[in-house]
Design a binder for this molecule. Structure first.
Ligand SMILES: [Mg+2]
Length: 312
């Protein structure tokens, strides 16, 4: 996700694959730290004591949440208000994260290692977090260096617009002579799915967040996975289970032993099974709810945070 880490251009397959990840509910679980940091920042910056229990964060964007809260408080926020709030939010987030037992989902670290080492792949982020907050979250598990670009909640309040911006940055990153053969957007909410389809990407949904496999299927995901623990199955969905992936397997496996939180769900595609069957097999856990399905959040706010840093 950082310019600093962005490597020198490496030889790429002319058919580059863009894999764009959501963060919350897809890669990791902040266990309420994000919401608590929002509450603290509202009080510190605006003096509002508000538990924002009425806000649905699933698939939402930081900017959209702030505007929703401001409407409730009948405040019209100006550019300086936005700047002050989003300068403070990552500071509070780092503090609340330190106070919280966070969780990375099974298989995430291994999958990101595989993808970021694959010369065919451009690995990016599409998240409603402002970039500084995204970095804080990924740093909790040392995941931030896997991403070479992204689009964030300080780019736009609408997730589909954020996704479109990310794809534009992928194309810019790939450069002339290469083309983006496939673009996959991996997320945990119906808003991720609709954002993927709005930009012509393949929507890969993962049921590790608030939405079940059944919810995500009903929302129109092209592929649904119960989680990301089965690296081989995810790579097949992404069309990356070819020779390069095999060559990378040994090298990545040698980086470090698997961690207890990354135990593979096990199981391989049955002989003769079609690609679609892999996905269904990966979803054999069936529908799953944590707090029950939440209603989608719709945003038609067309607004950017003024003077947002241009980072990717
Ligand atoms: Mg999410």
């Amino acid at each position: 996700m950082t310019r600093a880490r962005q490597p020198a251009r490496r030889p790429r397959d002319p058919r580059t694959v863009a894999v764009l990840f959501d963060i919350d509910g897809t890669l990791l679980d902040m266990r309420g730290a994000g919401r608590r940091s929002f509450v603290r920042t509202l009080e510190r910056v605006f003096g509002w004591k508000d538990d924002i229990a009425y806000v649905n964060f699933a698939g939402n964007t930081d900017l959209n949440v702030l505007l929703q809260v401001a409407r409730k408080h009948r405040r019209r926020l100006g550019p300086s208000d936005l700047r002050r709030f989003f300068a403070r939010l990552p500071v509070e987030l780092r503090q609340t994260a330190a106070e919280t037992r966070l969780r990375i989902y099974p298989g995430v670290r291994r999958l990101l290692q595989r993808l970021s080492a694959d010369p065919r792949v451009v690995l990016g982020l599409v998240t409603g977090n402002v970039e500084a907050s995204a970095r804080v979250k990924l740093e909790q598990f040392d995941l931030h260096n896997h991403f070479v670009l992204g689009a964030f909640g300080d780019d736009h309040a609408d997730r589909a617009r954020i996704a479109r911006l990310a794809l534009r940055r992928v194309r810019r990153h790939v450069g002339r002579g290469c083309r983006v053969g496939d673009c996959f957007l991996i997320g945990d909410t119906p808003l991720d799915i609709s954002a993927a389809h709005r930009i012509g990407a393949t929507a890969v949904a993962v049921a590790t967040g608030k939405f079940s496999v059944a919810d995500l299927r009903a929302a129109g995901a092209d592929h649904v996975l119960s989680n990301l623990s089965r690296t081989a199955a995810v790579l097949r969905v992404l069309g990356l289970s070819g020779a390069v992936a095999r060559d990378l397997r040994a090298g990545v496996a040698a980086l470090r032993p698997p961690r207890p939180d990354e135990t593979d769900g096990g199981g391989a595609r049955p002989p003769g099974a079609r690609r679609g069957q892999v996905v269904r097999r990966a979803c054999r856990d069936g529908p799953r709810h944590q707090d029950g399905p939440l209603p989608p959040v719709h945003s038609n706010v067309n607004m950017r945070i003024p003077s947002a840093p241009r980072l990717c």
